[in-house]
Design a protein around this ligand. Structure first.
Ligand code: SF4
Length: 326
């Protein structure tokens, strides 16, 4: 891969990412403390420019403040202080984050704190009048509004980022979002959309062979459609396809495609060795970096322009080491 491609495949700047303030060590929790995340402040902070926000502080609940919880209907919960079931605090919280939501057109991801009636992304308890929680869980009110306002934004809970597959998937989605924003949304042309699709073909293929084929057809058939609509439909389907981590089977499929492209330049013996390593990866005996490193060597030496342009080869900076754990 050329230096030019490496720059294009990663990013020269830090990427703007929203985050629950308490995860950065800010003393904004109900008890005046924080829940600083080593994960977020470690290697991720070298690539992400965090934009911290605490919806409860923004809504004026103060520090310290009584604990809060959700009550009532899990589909339309009410925010209350845990020790006062008379006051409805829902609108106060919503008024506190309403304007902030408009500012997220220039971020490429969001990391939320778990178990919070405001920030929790899933499994948040909703209490009944009898004091017991419903079996059905919900989202925190801020998290729910954030997801509704920005459905294509990569959003993840900090707790889930401790799972290597979910972490890798989140970072990959953040970089894909960043590239879409800069390469397509900021310079919207049909050509730029096609270029984006072309560079992401193998990445899409690793996640969903079906969407990979459908999106290629969709772009070819929709050439006359209004560009804004086309971009939105495309990126909605793209983000849906990559939301779940790719399987080993999906990665093996792409690795074999890359090898297929190198037909003329890889001797029969070398091809057998590479295939054997791909099989080792399929069986879980080595991580994804092993076959990728082997293939990258040949791609760099002899790969054609199409293969060299694929973001799949370097979806985020290599020093993040995320593929060592896949
Ligand atoms: S979880 Fe959200 S609301 Fe609670 S302290 Fe952290 S940032 Fe504030």
């Amino acid at each position: 891969m050329t230096d030019q491609n490496q720059t294009n495949n990663t990013s020269p700047h830090k990427i703007p990412v929203g985050i629950s303030s308490c995860l950065l060590g800010e003393n904004v929790r109900y008890n005046g403390g924080h829940t600083q995340s080593k994960m977020c402040l470690g290697i991720l902070a070298q690539h992400f420019e965090y934009q911290p926000f605490c919806p409860e502080v923004a809504a004026g609940f103060g520090i310290p403040r009584p604990t809060m919880r959700l009550t009532g209907d899990p589909h339309n919960p009410v925010l209350q202080f845990s020790d006062d079931d008379k006051q409805d605090l829902t609108q106060q919280l919503k008024d506190g984050f309403h304007e902030q939501l408009d500012k997220y057109d220039a971020v490429d991801g969001y990391i939320l704190m778990k178990n919070s009636p405001s920030c929790g992304m899933e499994r948040i308890k909703v209490y009944q009048e009898n004091g017991y929680p419903h079996e059905e869980r919900t989202r925190g009110l801020f998290a729910d509004a954030l997801i509704a306002a920005w459905p294509m934004l990569p959003i993840e809970e900090e707790g889930r980022l401790h799972d290597p597959r979910l972490r890798e998937n989140f970072v990959m989605r953040v970089f894909s979002h960043y590239h879409f924003r800069h390469e397509v949304q900021e310079q919207p042309t049909y050509h730029n959309l096609l270029q984006y699709h072309s560079k992401h073909k193998y990445l899409l293929m690793a996640h969903s062979q079906k969407t990979y084929k459908e999106l290629g057809r969709f772009l070819a058939e929709s050439r006359q459609a209004p560009l804004e609509e086309l971009m939105e439909s495309y990126f909605t389907r793209f983000t849906e396809a990559i939301r779940k981590p790719a399987s080993r089977k999906g990665h093996c499929n792409v690795l074999q495609h890359i090898l297929g492209h190198l037909k003329r330049s890889v001797s029969g013996e070398a091809r057998q060795s590479i295939l054997a390593v791909i099989e080792q990866y399929r069986r879980g005996e080595v991580n994804l970096t092993t076959p990728m490193t082997l293939l990258a060597h040949y791609v760099e030496q002899t790969g054609d322009e199409f293969v060299q342009s694929q973001r799949y080869l370097l979806p985020y900076p290599a020093e993040l080491g995320l593929r060592n754990q896949l």
